[in-house]
Design a binder for this molecule. Structure first.
Ligand SMILES: *[C@@H]1O[C@H](CO)[C@@H](O)[C@H](O)[C@H]1NC(C)=O
Ligand SMILES: *[C@@H]1O[C@H](CO)[C@@H](O)[C@H](O)[C@H]1NC(C)=O
Length: 454
């Protein structure tokens, strides 16, 4: 149990660290991927006593999140579109994979480096996850975080019982068998059905294209979130014809940024006067606002570039753990006049190229992947990875119901702050207890939610 211990914001983005690189190597020896064997373990703990596994994991997880995000936005092509990632889902499923990688194999090292686990031992990663998984099983999260993270394998591949046990113990998960080779449509439908069920119907088609008949191993993750605001917006104040300014893509592509055309379009704009933490950074040229969800266990952080037009790219280029930590250190409670679109975002993200960009290569290669911790069979490798996340912002948070007035709505007296989300922005949805990033994304063109009943 985490014992309800909440991480402080500064611990989530740990920068000044106590850690010394101990050069941890995975302790699994292929047949026993269960942690607790190696002596470096004790050494680690002595050095890092002041930082819990969850803290360390959350820090690594954040570094991984930023690196992945920058690879995804750096990929040209659709780089001007919306983006939604669930780093928590993805890290979970990749760590499950790491659990089964052959000790000291390139596969294992690549996952370890790619996931930024430099400062955690193999055991610490999985023990950290055991706590994280427990955290999300607490009653608070029921109906709030709907996560589906799993691996599916081709029927008939023998799976080590150590691996199955460890998967159950540390991730409360199991490796499901499906017959991709003989009945691909049925296998695919099983996965989609599972994701639908896990996300209570919110993610309906996790896998939208046929899978190869040679499929050995599939990573699937889907996340839907429906938290309720700590301070709901009053629906009666929502302005249906709010304006959102978007830089028109085509003109930018054709004529470079000099002649980008900023267009505006209508979106319902929620309006509220809230006492919430707000901060800013002149160097990142942005403002940040924290909008807490109920009980302040989870918060949404909105990073709003100062410049409507080119601000987002600049902000993205400046995102590091350091700059974000600095930015967060400026957060302080203010009375803020907030304008936030009522929007929804749902994205499937192709991750294979980005993961390869992080150096996670061998897992996808049948001749190189080493999953001897998982199976004695040859050629077990990851054929595909499917990632889909969905999220909706409305007055209540993410569910219908009568909005309770806050009594603070009168807009604009002298000395108050403004935070008007009327142009592209970045957001993070963060869990304070596990340090996991539920969502990391950017909204370039929000899709309006016309009806707020989910
Ligand atoms: C690991 O710890 C070292 C030493 O404190 C630190 O410089 C480095 O940034 C840490 N790496 C990660 C990925 O957390
Ligand atoms: C592991 O990676 C190293 C460096 O890229 C390479 O030289 C070596 O052949 C790889 N080992 C295996 C077993 O693939």
């Amino acid at each position: 149990m985490l014992g309800g211990k909440m991480l402080h914001l500064s611990q989530l983005v740990w920068v000044g660290s106590l850690l010394t690189a101990v050069g941890a190597t995975p302790v699994a020896d292929g047949t026993t991927p269960v942690p607790g064997v190696d002596d470096t373990e004790k050494q680690h703990q002595a050095i890092n006593e002041e930082m819990s596994e969850v803290q360390k994991l959350s820090r690594a997880h954040f570094d991984f999140t930023l690196e992945l995000y920058s690879l995804l936005v750096g990929d040209s092509g659709d780089s001007r579109g919306n983006l939604l990632l669930s780093p928590y889902s993805l890290t979970s499923v990749l760590s499950m994979l790491y659990l089964g990688a052959g000790a000291r194999s390139n596969t294992s090292l690549q996952l370890r480096n790619g996931l930024s686990y430099h400062n955690l031992s193999y055991s610490e990663v999985h023990r950290g996850f055991r706590q994280v998984v427990k955290n999300f099983e607490e009653p608070y999260y029921e109906g709030v975080v709907e996560a589906a993270n799993a691996m599916f394998q081709q029927q008939g591949i023998p799976v080590s019982s150590y691996y199955s046990k460890a998967l159950e113990e540390f991730y409360h998960s199991e490796l499901d068998e499906l017959d991709f080779a003989h009945n691909e449509p049925a296998a695919r439908e099983r996965i989609n059905k599972w994701a639908r069920k896990k996300t209570r119907g919110k993610i309906r088609h996790l896998i939208a294209r046929p899978l190869g008949l040679e499929t050995k191993l599939i990573l699937a993750n889907a996340l839907y979130f429906r938290g309720k605001w700590l301070y709901p917006f009053n629906r009666a104040l929502t302005f249906d014809k709010g304006l959102f300014y978007v830089t028109q893509q085509e003109s930018c592509w054709l004529h470079s940024f000099q002649s980008c055309v900023v267009i505006r379009y209508e979106i319902p704009m929620m309006i509220g006067k809230l006492k919430v933490p707000m901060g800013s950074s002149p160097t990142m040229e942005c403002q940040v606002l924290e909008l807490p969800f109920k009980d302040r266990r989870i918060s949404m952080f909105i990073f709003l570039p100062d410049d409507v037009d080119k601000g987002l790219s600049k902000l993205e280029a400046s995102l590091t753990s350091e700059t974000i930590k600095k930015l967060f250190s400026t957060l302080k409670d203010e009375t803020v006049n907030v304008r936030l679109p009522r929007f929804k975002i749902e994205e499937s993200t192709e991750l294979k190229a980005a993961l390869e960009g992080l150096g996670i290569l061998d897992v996808f290669d049948s001749s190189k992947a080493d999953f001897t911790g998982m199976s004695s069979a040859n050629g077990v490798h990851v054929s595909d990875i499917f990632h889909k996340a969905a999220f909706e912002v409305n007055e209540e948070g993410a569910e219908g119901g009568a909005a309770s007035a806050m009594g603070l709505e009168r807009i604009g007296s002298f000395g108050e702050k403004y935070f008007e989300v009327d142009h592209p922005f970045i957001f993070i949805i963060w869990d304070y207890y596990s340090g996991m990033v539920l969502f990391f994304g950017r909204v370039v063109k929000p899709a309006a939610v016309t009806s707020t009943t989910v």
